[in-house]
Design a protein around this ligand. Structure first.
Ligand code: SF4
Length: 387
């Protein structure tokens, strides 16, 4: 059964039985309760699957509840302001998911009468719906026979078939997808609902066949698992060596006016963290002192000349493809400076610290705001000594 090189991954009889009988039985007994399980509402299933694309169940659950409380239907989401949608997503990361979900809800409301499309071609037309989300929504909400292939399923199948090649390569991925399709078809022949099968495979990967220390003795497909038979489950999947993660020092300005308000601006509508609010700032350039970075960036981003005060806070933050150390400086407008605006024509605001919670910020900026709140007993941002 184990595949080598580019052979198709052919499930044998033991494998087919394990996935079409033992796995569904295991799932019926061990499935975790989740607020989107047990609903037949395609909208809620869609929201959950979008949240789960890059987020663990435990983290996504409270966000899901708050999101569907705020936007209980496709129409409610379609009619919402984008800022309100981003605010409900704040802290969950990968904000393009929220923007795409919002855009897609508008398309579903306008072009599909509010009904989530139930065919592969139609649902794949929607922004932010890739093969994983399409297969998950179609199978769970509509009982359509499309196998899902998320990271948990890839790891599980790479172990079951002892796949030698890197599963991130398209050829290997295709072999895994074909195997998943074949196993799903078998299970459906045995009367298993496609959505249950897909959720069972994902659940097994998430809770038993974990990246490290898989719980093989508890695994319902153990007798079909080639990696287990080899005695080396954790050796699979074989991974590419990761490139070192780049690191940047970033200086931002907590620019305060005479009224004690802070200047914030909205990020552009495209690109990283699009549409979120932030304190102005940017990356340190070679040989530049961080306070100088702060002064230069505020000049470039807002057109204002600022005096840079003391370092307020420093924190480390990891994004998906790079890491930063964020250095936040207290700032005020220099004598004679013009008022800050956005060089890119983005909306800007002066906001009282207590009202910053009304805006959606990226996580690193939110941590600065939490630090501001923590220190509220202390002198205000600009104490007399610095004036
Ligand atoms: Fe994963 Fe172990 Fe089950 Fe194989 S036997 S699928 S390695 S948990």
């Amino acid at each position: 059964m184990p595949g080598t090189d580019d052979d198709a991954l052919e499930p044998d009889a033991a494998c087919r039985r394990a996935f079409s009988e033992k796995l569904p039985a295991w799932y019926a007994e061990h499935r975790r309760e989740m607020p989107w399980r047990g609903t037949a509402d395609p909208y809620r299933i869609w929201v959950a699957e979008v949240m789960l694309q890059q987020t663990r169940v435990e983290q996504a659950t409270p966000y899901f509840r708050r999101f569907v409380d705020a936007f209980p239907t496709v129409e409610a989401l379609a009619e919402a302001e984008r800022d309100a949608v981003l605010k409900r997503w704040e802290g969950l990361g990968y904000y393009a998911r929220a923007r795409h979900l919002h855009e897609a809800a508008q398309i579903v409301a306008d072009e599909h009468g509010g009904d989530v499309p139930d065919t592969w071609d139609a649902i794949r037309e929607l922004p932010g719906i890739g093969p994983y989300t399409a297969a998950a929504v179609l199978s769970i909400a509509f009982g359509k026979s499309h196998a899902v292939l998320d990271g948990n399923v890839v790891r599980l199948l790479a172990r079951v078939f002892a796949v030698e090649k890197d599963p991130s390569k398209s050829g290997t991925r295709r072999r895994l997808r074909d195997a998943a399709d074949a196993l799903l078809a078998d299970a459906c022949d045995q009367g298993v609902a496609p959505g249950d099968f897909n959720q069972a495979v994902m659940e097994l990967g998430a809770t038993v066949c974990t990246p490290s220390a898989p719980r093989c003795p508890d695994c319902p497909v153990q007798d079909a698992c080639a990696a287990y038979a080899e005695g080396a489950p954790e050796a699979y999947p074989h991974k590419r060596k990761k490139a070192p993660v780049p690191h940047h020092d970033v200086a931002v300005g907590l620019l305060e006016n005479e009224a004690g308000e802070l200047f914030i601006q909205r990020r552009p509508d495209e690109g990283l963290l699009a549409g979120l609010w932030e304190f102005p700032g940017g990356k340190q350039e070679g040989g530049e002192a961080l306070a100088e970075t702060c002064r230069r960036e505020l000049r470039e981003e807002t057109g204002a000349r600022v005096e840079v005060g003391r370092l307020f806070h420093r924190l480390n933050h990891a994004y998906s493809h790079f890491k930063i150390t964020l250095h936040a400086f207290r700032c005020r407008l220099a004598e004679g400076s013009n008022a800050p605006t956005s060089a890119e024509g983005q909306p800007t605001r002066w906001v009282a610290p207590a009202s910053l919670d009304d805006y959606a910020f990226p996580r690193a900026n939110r941590r600065l705001i939490e630090e501001l709140e923590e220190r509220q007993e202390r002198p205000t941002l600009f104490d007399a000594a610095e004036r």
